[in-house]
Design a protein around this ligand. Structure first.
Ligand SMILES: Nc1ncnc2c1ncn2[C@@H]1O[C@H](COP(=O)(O)OP(=O)(O)OP(=O)(O)O)[C@@H](O)[C@H]1O
Ligand SMILES: [Mg+2]
Length: 249
């Protein structure tokens, strides 16, 4: 069996005494997409933040490419350089152009020369349909364009794993499609991704593995066909029924 890019075992996370992740196990195989679904507050963002060491876990362990990253001796910055993360609110630096936003980490953190960093950034922007926006400031871009620029920024450090947290949630419906297209493209290129999403039909289409979270527990995981088509848990059925009733599947 190929080694998972990301492996979580018995991960437990509490905030001020309340358990937010409970005994979470997760394996993410190379070049696959894992979708985290579940109600608001079920722990999806926390799971992603723990995987990226933005949150310290209380118990359990996490491995990246077979190396334990929750080992206290781990260099957390080095791990974060290998795991890209994009948040719901795109968080581009408003005082930097798109190009400078993207080249900041490669230049400052990875020591890439300006010229090389800019060439790579322009190539990525071109691919994501933002070639003309390199020298604009973020507030001159639409929400969808800003979100795509944020994805380019995460890709600029050539991450091993990309975590995407509700990257379409803040977008107008007509802009959602262009961002999802980018994710489809990255999947086609073999990028390993874990995404938290409320876009069920997208999760169904793009994911190799779907994990349904409830109350910090991965209640059910499997192929999209299994989880969406024939869920084993009554609570997964109930969640999906509500989604269908809301016209979102
Ligand atoms: N920094 C924090 N301090 C205290 N509690 C937190 C913190 N971050 C998250 N929580 C709590 O952890 C639980 C899980 O939150 P999380 O953001 O992971 O949910 P989610 O599944 O991403 O929800 P949503 O779909 O709304 O984004 C919630 O009850 C939340 O209030
Ligand atoms: Mg969230």
């Amino acid at each position: 069996m190929t080694e998972p890019v990301l492996r979580m075992r018995s991960v437990r996370k509490t905030f001020g005494g309340s358990v937010v992740l409970r005994d979470v196990d997760l394996d993410v195989a190379p070049h696959t997409v894992t979708a985290l679904i579940g109600a608001s507050g079920s722990g999806k963002s926390t799971l992603l933040r723990c995987a990226n060491l933005l949150e310290e876990i209380d118990d359990g362990a996490i491995w990246l490419d077979g190396a334990e990253i929750t080992d206290p001796r781990t260099d957390a910055d080095a791990v974060r350089r290998r795991i890209g993360i994009v948040f719901q609110a795109y968080n581009l630096f408003p005082h930097l152009t798109v190009l400078d936003n993207i080249t900041l980490a490669p230049r400052r953190v990875h020591g890439v020369a300006r010229k090389a960093a800019e060439e790579q950034a322009r190539g990525l922007l071109e691919r994501l349909g933002l070639g003309a926006k390199a020298d604009e400031y973020p507030d001159r871009l639409s929400g969808g364009q800003q979100q795509r620029a944020a994805i380019v920024r995460a890709l600029a450090v050539r991450p091993r794993l990309l975590l995407l947290d509700e990257i379409t949630a803040a977008l107008d419906p007509e802009l959602v499609g262009e961002v999802l297209d980018v994710v489809r493209g990255l999947k086609g290129e073999g990028m390993t991704m874990v995404l938290a999403t409320h876009e069920m039909s997208f999760a169904r289409e793009v994911a190799d593995q779907v994990c349904f979270l409830e109350g910090g527990v991965v209640l059910e995981h499997g192929s999209p066909e299994a989880v969406f088509g024939d869920p084993r848990q009554e609570r997964t059925r109930r969640f999906l029924r509500r989604i269908v009733e809301a016209g979102r599947l």
